[in-house]
Design a protein around this ligand. Structure first.
Ligand code: ZN
Length: 292
């Protein structure tokens, strides 16, 4: 549990494992640079004996004095993802783990997705009697309109790429249930909670800023996937729609928060995930937060 002023942040992990080789996921990465950083990368952030990156897939529960908010909803159960065998027809205990964190589905007031990739909106819905229904029956789901329309257009064109079902099974049922709220790219959701455009990974990608009682955090989603990118902010992932823009957005976000007290909360950094960005030469380093 992390405190941000009056807010509380808690991670609920769906999976955490060696996920992909750096050489595959970050095409510009080099064995030399990984070797130079081996001391802090292994074994927490990379699996010893190669360049397999450890990834967490997790949601952030944000509790404010008024609301329970779930940010990013992982991969989900029962979803056909044949192109990604690790995620195909999953049957994991995410909802039990969410309950263990004190959150029943009906307790969630808002769901927010930093973007609408397969591993950020899966638990938006679950399969009940053969139909995809919103997992959180009392929640409004906040989507940046720009991100929603990007995937709506792709869906209509049939150009969603290798995970064509996501819009159909994890986004559209929320809209059809009347639970989706489309907002501006820089929407101020509530006092101390606001969206900030962070394009490149996807066209409508956002980060979510938190500020309460003078304390700050940023839920940075997939602007940075892995801490090795702090050493080379221009290394964009294969999953980035616009790798060049993604690199510029990444460096700008890291610069903004470097050497501040802002808690940096990336979607996929290995546990304990949350830390602080510090500047190092013309790039950055990551200091894990020391409690929580
Ligand atoms: Zn992701």
């Amino acid at each position: 549990m992390f405190k941000v002023g009056e807010f509380e942040l808690q991670r609920v992990i769906e999976n955490e494992y060696p996920f992909v080789e750096a050489s595959t996921f970050l095409p510009d990465s080099t064995p030399e640079l990984i070797a130079e950083n081996a001391e802090w990368l292994f074994p927490r952030f990379m699996q010893p004996g190669g360049d397999m990156c450890i990834f967490a897939f997790q949601s952030f529960v944000l509790r404010t004095p008024r609301h329970t908010i779930l940010v990013d909803t992982c991969v989900g159960n029962d979803k056909p993802r044949p192109a990604q065998p690790m995620w195909d027809m999953m049957n994991g205990p995410f909802l039990a783990d969410l309950a263990a964190a004190g959150v029943q589905p009906e307790d969630v007031d808002y769901v927010m997705c930093t973007h609408l990739h397969v591993d950020h909106c899966g638990w938006n819905t679950r399969l009940i009697d053969g139909r995809w229904v919103p997992t959180f029956p009392n929640a409004k789901y906040i989507f940046a309109r720009k991100e929603f329309e990007f995937w709506e257009t792709r869906h209509k064109e049939g150009t969603e790429g290798k995970v064509p079902n996501v819009y159909d099974d994890s986004v559209l049922p929320v809209v059809e249930a009347g639970q989706a709220v489309l907002v501006d790219w820089d929407h101020e959701f509530d006092h101390g909670i606001w969206l900030e455009p962070a394009p490149g990974h996807t066209d409508g990608n956002i980060v979510i800023n938190l500020e309460s009682a003078g304390e700050k955090a940023v839920l940075s989603g997939d602007v940075v996937h892995h801490p090795i990118q702090l050493v080379k902010p221009e290394w964009s992932s294969r999953a980035c729609e616009d790798p060049v823009l993604s690199g510029l957005t990444r460096r700008a976000l890291l610069e903004k928060h470097a050497d501040t007290d802002t808690l940096f909360c990336p979607a996929h950094f290995a546990s304990p995930t949350i830390g602080h960005v510090v500047s190092k030469g013309d790039a950055f380093a990551y200091h894990l937060h020391d409690h929580g």
